[in-house]
Design a protein around this ligand. Structure first.
Ligand code: ADE
Ligand code: ZN
Length: 326
């Protein structure tokens, strides 16, 4: 119990949070009402009851439907602000937020509304909560390379409002190399690069995220343990893994939390971090992920300190911020 209090109170960075995945059912209904959007569910309870997933795709279908209520810059601000309030409660002092512009621009929402609302929330989080918030633009990997290039082009005028690019959505059948050229173009703009790999997909996708996309972190990466040569490389190069324990259980990557390999990832010397992924859908924010995982895997204070340190090392915080957090 003392350990869990320590874990809750320690300052931490969150590096794997899809801001659209922080949209709580109550806010989905409030925004639907405000914007006159029709939902396929009659009530908050009915919507929540649909959150029973069998794999990544079964989640994504509902997640994209939920995002359909987001229309104005104010909607994006309200969603991100609600997240920052939750982050504050969990003593998250630095957060790098993924956003999926294609989910919105494909519905006719201007890219400008998305980035304006989100970046205003980040500015206010720093001013009022002392939380550093940064944005990472994710390409949807089930869509084409051409569509990803068009998105990068739309984003160029707002280059100073986000710090990197990522790759998310349906993994299996959409290997990283499909986006080699668009990641090269993004890196050319000085953007950081990360990618989801080894969530459901094979270790080969982690290799190609590193070699073809030249990413600085792997999102999830829990399948890496299937490949000892890959583990060796990740350890040697200190490539961080942004692990999301509650997500992995909800999407049936592990049967239950006691089967999760976070303890083993740390034991092998990997730079693992704990993150919430899509907290409104998977049963909790940062501290819920920490507390449930620590209880299930019987982790200790040393591992808590390692995870917090890893989160800052793995972050794209400035050198000055990293020194403050050390
Ligand atoms: N988009 C939102 N959450 C995701 C996840 N866990 N994997 C891939 N794409 C996502
Ligand atoms: Zn994710």
């Amino acid at each position: 119990a003392a350990l869990l209090g320590f874990v809750r109170a320690m300052p931490k960075a969150e590096l794997h949070i899809h801001i659209e995945g922080s949209l709580e059912p109550e806010l989905i209904f409030a925004l639907a009402e405000r914007n006159g959007v029709r939902l396929a569910y009659a009530s908050v309870d009915e919507l929540r009851a649909a959150y029973a997933f069998t794999n990544l795709q079964s989640f994504l279908d509902i997640y994209y439907a939920g995002a359909s209520v987001l229309l104005t810059a104010q909607d994006f601000f309200d969603m991100a602000w609600a997240y920052f309030l939750r982050a504050k409660a969990d003593n998250v002092v630095h957060a790098e937020l993924f956003f999926d512009p294609q989910t919105h621009t494909d519905r006719g929402v201007p890219f400008e509304y998305v980035i304006d609302g989100l970046s205003r929330a980040c500015a206010q989080a720093w001013q009022e909560l002392g939380i550093r918030g940064e944005l990472i633009l994710c390409f949807l990997r089930h869509l084409s390379e051409e569509a990803a290039f068009a998105t990068l082009e739309q984003a160029r005028p707002y280059r100073d409002k986000f710090i990197g690019v990522g790759l998310d959505s349906s993994e299996v059948g959409h290997p990283p190399e499909k986006f080699e050229r668009v990641f090269a173009a993004a890196r050319e703009l000085g953007l950081h690069a990360v990618a989801h790999a080894g969530e459901e997909g094979p270790p080969e996708y982690i290799w190609s995220a590193l070699d073809k996309l030249k990413v600085q972190r792997i999102d999830h990466g829990v399948q890496a343990l299937r490949d000892p040569a890959l583990v060796q490389r990740l350890v040697r190069e200190r490539v961080p893994l942004t692990v999301c324990p509650l997500s992995n259980v909800k999407l049936c990557v592990f049967k239950d939390l006691r089967q999760h390999n976070l303890g083993e990832l740390l034991a092998q010397g990997l730079v693992a971090t704990v993150n919430s992924d899509d907290p409104a859908y998977f049963g909790g924010y940062m501290n819920q992920n920490f507390v449930e995982t620590f209880a299930a895997l019987e982790l200790d204070a040393g591992q808590a300190v390692t995870l917090a340190r890893n989160s800052f090392e793995a972050s794209f915080a400035s050198a000055a911020d990293k020194a403050r957090y050390a």
